[in-house]
Every structure is written in structure tokens, then in C-alpha cells.
Ligand binder design. Structure first.
Ligand code: ADP
Ligand code: MG
Ligand code: MG
Length: 869
């Protein structure tokens, strides 16, 4: 079996086998770009390594050695030869990019002899030993798991002793001494000498890269990004080029467009006389790529042209790593550039305008979920003018965030678990901080550039980040930072603007953004392609208008109970629930009626004639009752009951399993007067809005939790009789529909019967999932993570619809319902209505619309377009 491929033998389509880095190195090699020679050990070899109990098979080792010989010939150098040594990098690279999660080792092949050979060949002893000390540290860290800090201490001590600021000031003799000290660290820590045979070094490094696939940060990165755990990483072995040979050398990273805004202009950073990680590690502050134009005009020109060529070749924004050795450019990596949602949209629209891609390609390439970033708040202008600016850093990832500061990822996670809004503040972040970064509202670092770890990761997450804010002095151990003479301690509030880099004192109020320009263009194209309509779940006029602003075409679910929780209404609601006679109850309902009617008027006005589906009261009644003794006593006084009687009534309403108890249509069957009051409010409001404002409202009255056909026929009569009375009273010919939720599995099984009465269906996939699995929605969180970790469930079925089980019921409900009424309007109003994967499914079974929370509407519009393409 072939376990190893020369770069020449691969191409960009072989990501699965060669990993993203390897496939793109191959592609760049084959289109004639200057890529240092090398080969890729496949992801299959990684899987094989794990299957063989973490051992490389003889066959794999044999092929690695053979390809090493090929590489030696290609480079005209020899691995381990003291006079003309070949040095290589050993680089991880999985199918999906996992920036910084796995390990890479540079300058492999160095030992006490080859280092002298390098010094002689380059006539640069300083460079040779600089490479050697880097190699021992990386090898010690990655392969021998010694930890960087021990090495860093030695380096820092050497700098301090000599009064140097920068690593580049270290002399050859300093570096020689450092190499000796480093080797001693290795000996002390491992009990063995540093391995000097390059062949041993290579195999040990390859195994270490395979092992790094399963380090903790890589695992948690995969969990967060839904990347499978069993696909393994490839290893790229590549001959070294040197950015650290002097001032005509350097290394850098650049994007073909601005990854924060999408603007079409090279965006990146570089360092002169530096190697590999120096740029991203934030050790020295890198220079803007524009400055390369002045320092090395010819190299800049070549790089610029290469970047354009790569973008045209891949038809997408690229993220490129390069190194300059003695004024010669080498390409070390290219991949699709991670970008903010704003940049993704800007670039997609502009690439269509440039003729690089089609509208369809533009739509398909966007991640609907990422749009979320654009819909989220910015600071309120007035609150912002009043805010005190503390400092300004780099605008690393846009958005506004406010929260209490914490100085470690663990502290952030703990505070978030307590329901706090948090910001992570650190000197600089590293891959170990990833979970804290994910949990925090925003990230502030004191060091690092626009391509620092914090910046790259935050942009990927769509999280607000201010990086390299040098005027704050972070003391992680003391859990505080100082700026000027002000001290901020753990738990203090600050606010960040990741679009400007500003850091403010205190918490600042935020507002929702305008959506136009490129965003509007993408939405307009989405609307051209999609066939599924998009409605919103909204219970207030405010939510309704936000949703209309986002393009909602109606309300698919208006939950009336939310209106009952208002503190001014709760007393009447409680009186209604606790009434002992029908008269008492009707009196209480009469108090609620005008308030409900006001609600509907507001909502209908906000919807300007778009359809509105109103669901009759759904939750178990005890949810509305007081729990604290003092509230119970007050209520007793208010209703003229003895406290004990009140307690008895409340206890009587308690249920063992309220979600399967007296709720939904079951309430209205016991107390039809509730449904009558609600119908009256719905209808009178519609008539009034039609007469006063001219909006032709057609209310859709939805009966929840139907499982038995007779439940529906009974309540359908209650609702229709009431509606007819009102039409007669008001002499109105207003239209209305009566339909049902499909959320009890039984209802989907008899959907043909139900469709005889129901004028529309709406799948309540939250309850349907709950009842199909028999998972309590409120308790499933406790075990679903275990299920996911143990491979029992691929994902949380409450987030993304379970196509094969719950989906089958949906499909059956659609088929049976439409057998009775061929053009039955069918929607979905659970959480799944805003989940792109679920939307693909709903499109495929022919639903008429999805309904989701207002902020999900644009996501659903885009996902529906993708589903149709
Ligand atoms: P990551 O996936 O973490 O970016 P890479 O494998 O891309 O790791 O390596 C990190 C950096 O190391 C590269 O960006 C490049 O600067 C440097 N590097 C890797 N291989 C070589 C090489 N053959 N010659 C010179 N520099 C290299
Ligand atoms: Mg890289
Ligand atoms: Mg429900």
C-alpha cells in the first residue's frame, strides 16, 4: 500500500488522504510555484499507526526512508551529512484546518556535526546555532513533551544577562551556550541524551505529530467544530528554507483579502530575519505586509502576483504562509482563508461582480450560521459617548462585547456556568485557552498582532477580540490589569469594540445593527433561489418588527402564554386559574381579554398584513402560580381565600410530569372559556386592525398538543363558534384559519384524519423530538453530552432534527395530511426551524415554511436558498 506521496504526486482534491496542507502544497508545486520539496505521509498511515498500538509499521518506515532518499536527490543535499546536510520540517495537516492545534517541528536533522556543516555552508554560525536551539526546543516540547517554559527561561535569562531586548541580538556564542543548556534540560528531563541521529529524529517526530492528533486541545477543537475524531492527520516532511539567515530573509503570513472586512487588498504581516512561529507567537511585533514593498520591492511584487494567481486558481480568498531566504520567495502553505461573516459576504458579492464565481457559488459558499455574527449588537451611540476609553489595541475581530473580566480560561468557564457575562483578558492566548475563548463574550490580549492566535481564533469563532493592546499591563497571577494608574480586578466590567480596537471602562449598552449593502445583496439572491418561506416566532410587537426587518414573511408561532407572565397581568391570570366556578373564571378572563387584544393589535400592526399564527394557551397552569410563601399569602388575601385553602388548590395543580400533563389542548378541553377568550381577542384585534389600518390580517388560530382527532374536532367547534359570533357582532367578513400543532407522535400517524378538520399543520419539533425519543427536553442536557462523546448520538436532536426517526414522522405527517388536503399549508415552528441542516430536510419533504426566532430569519433565508440549489 502507498503510504507516502511526493508533493509532485498529489493535488488539491486529495485532502482526505494528504490533509489540507499536503494537498495544497502538492497543488502549488504542480502549478509551478516555488515550494520547497517534500512528501506527505498519509492520514491512512496515521490511522494505521493507531491501529498498530501507536507503532509505525515496517512498510511505512520503509517508504519514509525511500522518499527521504528521493528528497535528498531532489535537493542535492544529504540527511545527516556533516558537509552538506539536508534539514526538514515535519508538519501536521489534517483534512480540515485546525490552526495551531497540532504540532510542527522545524530544522530537523540538526546535530552537533550538521550544525557545523550548516554554519560552514552558509558562512553564518549565528544562524546555524539559532536554528539548532529552535530545533531542540521544538523537539523537546513536541516529541519529548518537556514543555516550552523550561527552554524559554534559559533564553530569557540569556537575554537579560546581556541586556538584549530582541532575540535577534543573541550572538553565535550566546546561542552555543543556550544549545548546551537546552541539551542539559533534555537529559535532566528524559534521562537520555538528545537524539543525534537524524533518522531517529525523523521517525520520532512523525510519531509525535500523529500523537498530537489526540492532544486535548485538538480534541476539544474537533468537538467544537464538528470534525470527526477518526480521520487522523497527515504529516508533511519538507526541506527547510531559512527566514532567519539575515536581513535579506524573513517570514510572513498574508490573506488575499482582508479577513475582517473582505476588502480586496493584501492583508498580512511579516518579520525580517525570523523563522516560522515567530510571526504568530507574538514574540516580536510584526510589520504590515505593505512595508515589504519598500524593503524588498521585487519579492513583494512576486508575492503579490502569486497571491492573485492563487486566488484565481482556487476561486476563493487564500491564507498564505511564506518565507524569504536570501531575497528568494518560497511558498509554504495556502488554504481557504478563515474570515468573519462580514468579510465572507463582502468577498462573495465582490467575487460575483468580478466574474470569479457565480451567484449560486456565492450563496453555497456562505455559512448560514456565521451570519449570526452580523446580526449581533454594537454599542449604543449615546452610551458610547458617555463611556470612558481606557486603551486602544488592534481591531482583531469585529463586534461589541461587554462583561466581567477573568484572566484564565478556567475562570471564564466557571463564571459563564454561573450565568455571568464575561471577557477573557490575557497577555496573549494559546491553544490551551480555546474553551475559555469560546465561552467568553469577547477577548482582550496585551500582545500579538492581527494574525496572533487570539485574533485568528476569535475571527473563526465570530467573537469580538481586541488584540495587542500594549498599554494594558496584565498580571495573570494577581488576577488584574493596570492601565495608566487604574487597576481592574477579576470581576470588574469592561467593554470591547473589536471593530475599532477600543477598550472601555464599565459595561456599555448595545444595539442591533443595520443590514444593507452586501448583506442585502446576499439576502436578495437567496430570495431568488429559495422556495421555502421563512416566518418568525414572535410574541411581542418588538420581536415582530425586528423579524420583519430581517425579512420574515409572517409569524409562524405566537406563544400567547408569554403574554400572561407580565407582572400586571399575572394577578388576573392567577385568579383565572384558581377560580372555583365558571363565573369567577369568566370574570378573570374578562380582565385578561382587553390586554390580549392589545397584544394582538400590536403584533398585527407590526406584521402589516403578513400572516400570523397564534397558538392557544399551552403550558401547564401551575407554571403561573406563586412559589414563595409570601406571594401565596398575598394571593390568598387578594382572592379572599384562607391561606390553607390556597395551598391546597396549588398543590392540587402540581403534576408529577407536567410536560405530559394537563397542558395544551387538554386545558382548553377542561376550560373552553379560555379558548373562547383567546379566540375573541385574536378576532377582535384582527377586525380592528383591518378597519383602522387597512391591513388585511388573516389570523391563523393554532391548537397545540393534539394527539386525538376528537380533541381537534371538539376545540375546532369552540373556536369557530366564537369566531362566528364575533364576525356577526362586528358585521365583519374577515377570514381566519383554524389549524393544529403536530407535536405528539400519534398526531403524525393519523394526520389524514386530522387534516379533515385542520386548515394547516405546524410541526412543533421540540415536543415531537421530546416525545419521540422520550427525552425530557429540560433534562436531556445532563446526558446528551455523554451520548455524543460515546458515539451514541451524532449530535443533539433538539438542535438539529433527527432525520431518520423524528424526520420520518414529519414526512409521514406531510404525506398523510396532503392525501386529505393536497394543498395543505404545513410549517415548522420548533428550534429546528432556524437550524440550517434541519432546513435542508424540511425543504426536501416539501414543507411550505419554517418559522424561527427573529435573529435566525436571515440564516434561514440563506439556508433555504442553499437547500434549493
Ligand atoms: P501550522 O499548521 O501550525 O501553521 P505549519 O506546519 O504551517 O504549522 O508550520 C508553521 C510555520 O513553520 C510555517 O508557517 C513556516 O513559517 C514554518 N515552516 C514550516 N515548514 C517550513 C520549511 N520547510 N521551511 C521553512 N519554514 C517552515
Ligand atoms: Mg501553517
Ligand atoms: Mg409544544
Amino acid at each position: 500500500k502507498k503510504w507516502v506521496y511526493l508533493f509532485k504526486e498529489g493535488n488539491a482534491n486529495m485532502k482526505e488522504l494528504l490533509g489540507g496542507k499536503g494537498a495544497n502544497l502538492a497543488e502549488m508545486t504542480n502549478i509551478g510555484l516555488p515550494v520547497p520539496g517534500g512528501f506527505t505521509v498519509t492520514t491512512e498511515a496515521c490511522t494505521e499507526y493507531y491501529n498498530q498500538d501507536k507503532k509505525l509499521s515496517d512498510e511505512i518506515v520503509g517508504q519514509i526512508n525511500d522518499y527521504m532518499s528521493v528528497l535528498e536527490k531532489e535537493c542535492d543535499k544529504e540527511f545527516g551529512n556533516a558537509d552538506n546536510p539536508l534539514l526538514v520540517s515535519v508538519r501536521s495537516g489534517a483534512k480540515f484546518s485546525m490552526p495551531g492545534m497540532m504540532d510542527t517541528i522545524l530544522n530537523l536533522g540538526l546535530n552537533d556535526e550538521t550544525v557545523a556543516g550548516i554554519a560552514k555552508a552558509t558562512d553564518n554560525e549565528r544562524f546555524a546555532f539559532d536554528s539548532y536551539r529552535r530545533f531542540i526546543q521544538m523537539f523537546g516540547d513536541v516529541v519529548q513533551e518537556i514543555g516550552k517554559e523550561k527552554f524559554d527561561h534559559v533564553l530569557e535569562a540569556a537575554k537579560e544577562k546581556n541586556g538584549y531586548k530582541d532575540d535577534t541580538e543573541l550572538t553565535a556564542d550566546d546561542l552555543k551556550a543556550i544549545v548546551v543548556a537546552y541539551k542539559k534540560i533534555v537529559k535532566d528531563e528524559t534521562g537520555e541524551d538528545f537524539p543525534l541521529d537524524p533518522k531517529d529524529q525523523l521517525l520520532m517526530a512523525i510519531e509525535a505529530v500523529f500523537r498530537s492528533w489526540n492532544n486535548n486541545r485538538a480534541i476539544s477543537y474537533r468537538n467544537m467544530n464538528d470534525i470527526p475524531h477518526d480521520i487522523g492527520t497527515a504529516v508533511n516532511v519538507q526541506s527547510m528554507v531559512y527566514g532567519n539567515m539575515g536581513n535579506d530573509c524573513g517570514t510572513g503570513v498574508a490573506f488575499t483579502r482582508n479577513p475582517a472586512t473582505g476588502q480586496k487588498k493584501l492583508f498580512g504581516e511579516f518579520l525580517i530575519n525570523a523563522q516560522g512561529e515567530d510571526v504568530v507567537a507574538g514574540i516580536r511585533t510584526p510589520k504590515d505586509i505593505d512595508e515589504l514593498k519598500d524593503i524588498m520591492p521585487a519579492v513583494y511584487k512576486q508575492f503579490h502576483e502569486t497571491a492573485e494567481l492563487l486566488e484565481k486558481h482556487y476561486k476563493d480568498m487564500q491564507d498564505i504562509e511564506f518565507t524569504i531566504e536570501k531575497s528568494k520567495l518560497f511558498m509554504l502553505q495556502t488554504r481557504t482563508g478563515k474570515r468573519t461573516a462580514a468579510a465572507a459576504i463582502c468577498a462573495a458579492v465582490e467575487m460575483v461582480e468580478e466574474g470569479l464565481i457565480t451567484k449560486e457559488e456565492a450563496i453555497l459558499r456562505l455559512d448560514p450560521i456565521a451570519l449570526d455574527q452580523l446580526l449581533h449588537p454594537t454599542f449604543e451611540a449615546a452610551a458610547l459617548t458617555a463611556a470612558e476609553l481606557l486603551a486602544t489595541g488592534l481591531p482583531a475581530s469585529p463586534g461589541a462585547a461587554t462583561g466581567k473580566i477573568y484572566f484564565t480560561a478556567e475562570a471564564v468557564c466557571a463564571a459563564v456556568a454561573n450565568g455571568e457575562e464575561t471577557l477573557l483578558v490575557r497577555k496573549e492566548t494559546s491553544p490551551e485557552d480555546i474553551e475559555g475563548m469560546y465561552a467568553a463574550n469577547g477577548i482582550l490580549t496585551a500582545r500579538g498582532g492581527m494574525t496572533s492566535h487570539a485574533a485568528v481564533v476569535a475571527r473563526g469563532m465570530g467573537k469580538c477580540c481586541v488584540a495587542g493592546c500594549e498599554s494594558i499591563k496584565v498580571d495573570e497571577a494577581a488576577k488584574q490589569f493596570t492601565v495608566g494608574n487604574q487597576v481592574f480586578k477579576e470581576g470588574d466590567y469592561i467593554s470591547l469594540n473589536g471593530s475599532t480596537g477600543s477598550v472601555y471602562k464599565g459595561s456599555i449598552k448595545t444595539v442591533t445593527p443595520e443590514l444593507s449593502g452586501h448583506f442585502g445583496q446576499i439576502m436578495a439572491w437567496s430570495d431568488e433561489f429559495r422556495t421555502l418561506k421563512v416566518r418568525t416566532n414572535a410574541d411581542t410587537p418588538k420581536d415582530a418588527s425586528v423579524a420583519v426587518g430581517f425579512g420574515a414573511e409572517g409569524i409562524g408561532l405566537c406563544r400567547t402564554e408569554h403574554m400572561f407572565f407580565d407582572e400586571h397581568r399575572l394577578p388576573s391570570v392567577r385568579r383565572m386559574i384558581l377560580s372555583e366556578s365558571k363565573e369567577q373564571r369568566e370574570k378573570a378572563l374578562a380582565e385578561i381579554l382587553p390586554m390580549q387584544k392589545e397584544d394582538f393589535i400590536g403584533i398585527y400592526k407590526a406584521m402589516e398584513g403578513r400572516p400570523v399564527t397564534v397558538r392557544l394557551l399551552d403550558p401547564p397552569l401551575h407554571e403561573f402560580l406563586p412559589k414563595e410563601t409570601k406571594d401565596i399569602e398575598a394571593l390568598a388575601v387578594d382572592m379572599g381565600f384562607a391561606v390553607e385553602d390556597m395551598l391546597t388548590i396549588i398543590q392540587g395543580l402540581e403534576e408529577f410530569n407536567p410536560m405530559l400533563g394537563h397542558r395544551g389542548c387538554r386545558l382548553a378541553i377542561t376550560y373552553p372559556e379560555i379558548a373562547e377568550m383567546q379566540t375573541r381577542a385574536i378576532m377582535e384585534a384582527a377586525i380592528e386592525v383591518k378597519e383602522k389600518y387597512g391591513f388585511n390580517v388573516i389570523p391563523e388560530i393554532m391548537i397545540p398538543l393534539i394527539g386525538i382527532n376528537e380533541e381537534l374536532t371538539y376545540l375546532d367547534k369552540v373556536v369557530r363558534n366564537t369566531a362566528e359570533v364575533i364576525r356577526a357582532e362586528k358585521k365583519s367578513d374577515i377570514e381566519y384559519l383554524v389549524g393544529t400543532m403536530m407535536e405528539i407522535p400519534r398526531a403524525t400517524l393519523i394526520a389524514d384524519q386530522i387534516a379533515e378538520t385542520a386548515e394547516f399543520f405546524s410541526f412543533g419539533t421540540n415536543d415531537l423530538t421530546q416525545m419521540t425519543y422520550g427525552f425530557s427536553r429540560d433534562d436531556a442536557g445532563k446526558f446528551i453530552t455523554d451520548y455524543k462523546e460515546k458515539g451514541i448520538l451524532p449530535n443533539d436532536p433538539f438542535q438539529s432534527i433527527d432525520v431518520e426517526g423524528v424526520g420520518k414522522l414529519v414526512e409521514m405527517g406531510v404525506t398523510l395530511g396532503r392525501k386529505t388536503k393536497p394543498d395543505l399549508k404545513i410549517g415548522v415552528c420548533g428550534e429546528h426551524g432556524g437550524d440550517p441542516k434541519s432546513i435542508f430536510f424540511f425543504h426536501s419533504v416539501g414543507l411550505s415554511y419554517v418559522s424561527c426566532s427573529p435573529f435566525r430569519v436571515p440564516i434561514a433565508r440563506l439556508a433555504a436558498a442553499q437547500a434549493a440549489l
